[in-house]
Ligand binder design. Structure first.
Ligand code: FE
Ligand code: FE
Ligand code: ZN
Length: 311
C-alpha cells in the first residue's frame, strides 16, 4: 500500500524566506569549512586533460593539484583545448579550489655551461609563461638549475639573465624557485642562494619560493628537530611573504645527505609528527601544499590527504 504524503503548501513568500535562511546557513557552514580547510593536492598528470585532473583531485579529497606544464623531459607542450580548460575552471569554482601549481620540466637548466641548453631553457620558460596566462594557475615552479662547475655566482648570473629577459610587469604568474637538496652542483641549496636570485630580479613582486620538505631536510635544514628555527631563518634571510607553497614529501635519505629521494608521508626520515607540525604551523596557514610522494596509483594519495586533513 502506498502512503499518501500530505504536501504542505506554503505561501510563496514563506517558501522563499525558508530557502534564503537555509541557503544562508549553508553558506555560513561552507565559509567556515573553507577557512579551516587545509589546501592540499597531489601532483597529477594532465595527459588526459585539465578537467580530468580536476576530477581526479576531487576523488582523492584534494582542493588543488600540481601538474607538469609539458612532458617532464621537456617535450613540446600540447595546444590548449579551451573547452577542457573551462571544465577545470567550473570544478575549481564549485569546489573552492586553492591555487594550482605548474611545474617546469626537470630538464630546464637556465645556468648550463652549454649555450644551446640555456636557449632551450629560455624558450620553454617563455612559452610556459605565455601559456599560463590562459590557464587558471598563478604559480609556476622551477628548479633553479645546475651550474656544472662554473660556480654559484656565474650560475646565478645566467639564471638572472633569463628571468629578467622573460618576466614582465603585467604577467599574472608568480615565478617560484624551489628549494633544492644540494646534490651535485645544484643551485638553490640554501636560503641565501635563493635570496640572491630574488634580489637580482627586476620584477621581484613576481617571484616566490616553494619549500620542498624532503629537499630542505637533506639540504641541511633540520625541520624535524627545530621547524620553528628553520622558518625563522627563512623569514630573516628571504622573508616569509615570499613563501607561496610547499612540497610535502617524506625522505628516504638522512638529514644533511644532499640526496633527493622522496618517500611516502610518515615512512621516511621526516616522520608523521613533522608533517603534523607543518600543516598546523600558524605562519604556513592557508598556503597550498603539494604531495610528490611515490604512489603506485593516483588514488593512493587519498590516504595521505585524509591523514594530513585529520590533524
Ligand atoms: Fe620540483
Ligand atoms: Fe619538489
Ligand atoms: Zn625532489
Amino acid at each position: 500500500m502506498r502512503a499518501i504524503i500530505p504536501v504542505a503548501r506554503f505561501h510563496p513568500f514563506l517558501t522563499s524566506l525558508f530557502e534564503k535562511v537555509g541557503i544562508r546557513n549553508m553558506l555560513k557552514r561552507v565559509n567556515k569549512g573553507e577557512s579551516q580547510m587545509l589546501n592540499i593536492g597531489p601532483h597529477l598528470s594532465i595527459a588526459k586533460g585539465f578537467k580530468k585532473a580536476g576530477e581526479e583531485a576531487l576523488l582523492v579529497n584534494a582542493n588543488t593539484f600540481q601538474f607538469f606544464t609539458r612532458n617532464p623531459r621537456g617535450g613540446k607542450a600540447k595546444a590548449l583545448d579551451q573547452k577542457d580548460v573551462d571544465g577545470l575552471v567550473v570544478i575549481m569554482k564549485e569546489h573552492h579550489f586553492a591555487p594550482l601549481l605548474a611545474h617546469a620540466p626537470y630538464t630546464l637548466n637556465m645556468c648550463s655551461a652549454k649555450p644551446e641548453i640555456r636557449e632551450f631553457a629560455q624558450m620553454v620558460f617563455k612559452e610556459d609563461l605565455a601559456r599560463l596566462e590562459n590557464l587558471p594557475c598563478e604559480l609556476y615552479n622551477f628548479h633553479p638549475g645546475n651550474h656544472l662547475g662554473q660556480g654559484v655566482e656565474k650560475g646565478i648570473e645566467l639564471i638572472l639573465q633569463i628571468l629578467n629577459d622573460e618576466i614582465w610587469e603585467g604577467q599574472k604568474t608568480t615565478v617560484i624557485l624551489e628549494t633544492m637538496s644540494g646534490k651535485g652542483t645544484e643551485i638553490g641549496r640554501s636560503f641565501e642562494e635563493l635570496k640572491t636570485i630574488i634580489e637580482g630580479v627586476t620584477q621581484k613582486e613576481k617571484m616566490g619560493i616553494c619549500i620542498d620538505t624532503c629537499h630542505i631536510y637533506s639540504g641541511g635544514y633540520d625541520i624535524v628537530g627545530n621547524l620553528e628555527a628553520v622558518l625563522e631563518d627563512f623569514d630573516r634571510i628571504i622573508g616569509i611573504n615570499y613563501l607561496k607553497c610547499l612540497h610535502l614529501n617524506d625522505s628516504m635519505m638522512p638529514y644533511n645527505s644532499h640526496k633527493d629521494r622522496h618517500e611516502k608521508i610518515g615512512f621516511g626520515t621526516l616522520g608523521v609528527d613533522t608533517f603534523q607540525k607543518i600543516v598546523t604551523y600558524p605562519s604556513l596557514k592557508g598556503l597550498p601544499f603539494f604531495l610528490e610522494t611515490p604512489q603506485e596509483n593516483t588514488l593512493d594519495y587519498k590516504k595521505e590527504i585524509d591523514l594530513l586533513r585529520s590533524f
